[in-house]
Design a protein around this ligand. Structure first.
Ligand SMILES: [Zn+2]
Ligand SMILES: [Zn+2]
Length: 257
């Protein structure tokens, strides 16, 4: 109760306060998806502090899977995992290490539906695409597919969001349905590399092979973890008639062992 006010006055005051709070929310500056701090005027996406903490991947790294090497003294060369385990893709590259603020931002984008981050991620990836390939050497962008069941749960496939934006920025065409996931796999977060490889075997297939014949394809996903998924997709694409498969992801998970 607000003493001293008539019923009309109270109603009017409540109306004004409600209007002010709506107005306040409307003009609230956007928040950084990593640390949730309000962004300064004119800033969008990730705040400058979180941005400065992202570990961007630069050489030396594995010339096949792209994992960065700790020592900066050596030249880029194939890492042990790529020597012992055949990779069907020719080269995979990622923008940043999957840790800290980049990991946090990807998590919020993917699981909390902060899809307004897509253009920022795509901008970084377009820069990486130009650095490692250039748009002339690639024929087609293909997203790593999600099974329809997972798609229904999440509401979107993060790889398709990236592919659409990348295609718009680079002019390279994309095909979002040519590679399909035919069975659902169990979440792979806690599985080892070998278990993941077994888990994804026979999971993907291609439709419309004539569109793939002789093409150089760039597979797009958000995170390269053990590489089992993109490797299986690459195998299926090569069998479908693709000439060469390369991979671009936003982040690369660093091996802890
Ligand atoms: Zn931040
Ligand atoms: Zn490697």
């Amino acid at each position: 109760m607000m003493p001293g006010l008539t019923a009309w006055g109270r109603h009017e005051l409540e109306r004004i306060m409600k209007f002010r709070s709506t107005l306040f929310q409307f003009f609230l500056p956007p928040q950084c998806p990593c640390c949730e701090k309000f962004l300064e005027e004119g800033q969008q996406g990730v705040c400058s502090n979180c941005l400065s903490e992202i570990r961007w991947i630069v050489p030396p790294f594995c010339s096949i899977c792209g994992i960065p090497f700790i020592s900066e003294e050596i030249e880029s060369h194939p890492c042990g995992a790529c020597v012992t385990h055949r990779k069907y893709f020719t080269m995979a590259r990622a923008l940043g290490a999957f840790e800290g603020s980049l990991q946090e931002a990807i998590h919020r984008w993917k699981y909390e539906g902060k899809t307004h981050l897509t253009p920022f991620f795509a901008e970084w990836m377009a820069e990486g695409l130009n650095r490692y390939w250039g748009s002339d050497s690639l024929d087609l962008l293909i997203p790593v597919p999600l099974h329809t069941q997972r798609l229904r749960q999440r509401g979107f496939n993060q790889a398709i969001l990236l592919v659409k934006e990348l295609s718009r920025r680079t002019g390279i065409p994309y095909h979002k349905r040519i590679l399909q996931k035919k069975k659902s796999t169990i979440p792979q977060v806690n599985l080892s590399g070998v278990e993941r490889e077994k888990g994804v075997r026979g999971t993907f297939h291609v439709i419309g092979k004539e569109e793939l014949l002789g093409k150089t394809v760039l597979l797009i996903d958000d995170v390269y973890t053990t590489g089992a998924t993109v490797n299986e997709c690459s195998k299926v694409l090569l069998r479908g008639g693709v000439e060469r498969v390369d991979v671009l992801t936003l982040a690369h998970a660093l091996r802890t062992s």
